[in-house]
Design a protein. Sequence first.
Length: 216
Amino acid sequence: MAWSRERMSVGSRRASPRARLPQRVFLLSPANCNGKRAQLLFREDAAFDLARRIRSSAGAPLGEVFSFVSGLYFRGKLTYASSFASTLDHARIITPGDGLERTGTAVRLDDLARYAAVSIDAAESRYRLPLVRDCRRLARGLSPDDEVVLLGSIATPKYLAILEPIFGDRLRVPRDFIGRGDMSRGALLLRAVRAASELEYISARALRAEPADPLP
């Protein structure tokens, strides 16, 4: 698919001022809410800034919380999506139990506890059903030329088995994710941002002919 700043109308040398540019929506896989860094937020004596904010009534932005919980990998995904998405609304986070959320959605400690209780598994209805609901809603607002880019694991069905039936050929993944583990992906995404060079994407369906990455 050719992407450009202008889409030329058929039989015309000028772009229509009303022509709609194709859009990319980035879907970021969630952080592990049961990991060691997440446990730091659950400690009653935690006094660092994010721990205080996530306990307050205002909460803290989901993207920031997951970046702390996950470290390099999620920080890479969030930085990349924020850099290459056309608007903030075109970066959504897959959550355990709440479907798709915007990166700036405020979450509190009880939200993090709910996430920790839900398995990221396509067979887990508490995870799958809200995600299916929100992905279908998102798909209804897309044009045929739009793409949905998954920034997450491509080795297991926990994302692709849910997303591909909904988005079909519009679902894309970074080619360079194949064969890489989480930390390597995070570093790759940050390098792409520093170079101001967006990665190449391939159809998720093409993965059936590619070797899978080794890590979930």
